[in-house]
Design a protein. Structure first.
Length: 254
């Protein structure tokens, strides 16, 4: 049986459960679900959270640009973030590997081929690639996007069957329901153009994304014939609940 591939993107808000620290409980929740699903699905994870992880350990002195400061924090935090994934996943019998990518890699056909070949080998040997942007050399996602675009480009390159974006809402809400203060999830969207009319430009607290960058990610995925699901990663079992259709989330058709 050929397993389906899920590209799971975890934002900073999900990983911290909206606190100032990476939640080991959330990492364990993700790992537990992967164990339940591993006979049917291969997982590739794109995870934010390096900067947040660093802030738990250090306070940097600097008088440079804000972006350089964030890049330095990302450099300190990335090994901590990977260690948390590695330790929690290993206890569940899962193996992880780290892949740091930058946007220029996706513009170069040779680099793209190398990324695909490497990740295919990792996945076929039961390693879960954990991907983040190589923040020390690139600043795109730190400024805007919180890895949504990176996740979509990776999903397209790896020909994933599903792009699952975990965020801190039950998907995309209708504009009217947000204005009324009682959010209603758009569960079966008509299409990306329709969704664009519904989203606000508000960004999330830790992340740099907001719904705008998720729509852009879904557009990239849709062009590669991949469906995108935007689901509430703060809830336990958010992956299995989405796959079993027992939670409210937004599906964006390919």
């Amino acid at each position: 049986m050929t397993k389906k591939r899920i590209l799971l993107k975890i934002g900073s808000n999900t990983l911290t459960k909206e606190t100032d620290q990476i939640s080991r409980g959330k990492i364990e929740d993700i790992g537990r679900q992967i164990v339940q699903l591993k006979n049917e699905y291969d997982f590739i994870i794109v995870s934010s959270g390096a900067i947040t992880a660093a802030k738990q350990f250090v306070k940097l002195e600097h008088n440079g640009e804000e972006i350089s400061m964030k890049q330095a924090l990302a450099s300190i935090g990335q090994p901590h973030l990977m260690r948390m994934f590695q330790e929690n996943f290993r206890e569940l019998g899962l193996f992880t590997s780290q892949c740091l990518l930058s946007y220029s890699d996706f513009e170069n056909p040779k680099s793209k081929g190398n990324i695909k070949n490497t990740i295919d080998i990792l996945v076929s040997n039961n390693f879960i690639p954990i991907i983040n942007e190589n923040d020390t050399v690139a600043a795109d996602e730190i400024q805007f996007g919180d890895n949504d675009k990176l996740a979509a480009l990776t999903a397209a390159l790896l020909q994933a069957d599903l792009l699952l974006i975990a965020t801190n809402t039950n998907g995309i809400y209708t504009k009217t329901s947000i204005e009324n203060g009682q959010p209603v999830t758009i569960t079966e969207p008509v299409g990306i153009e329709e969704l664009k009319k519904e989203i606000s430009t508000i960004k999330s607290s830790h992340g740099t994304g907001g719904m705008q960058s998720k729509i852009e990610a879904a557009t990239i995925a849709s062009d590669a014939n991949i469906e995108t699901w935007i689901t509430n990663g703060l809830k336990d079992n958010f992956i299995t609940d989405a796959l079993n259709s027992i939670s409210h989330f937004t599906k964006i058709k390919a």
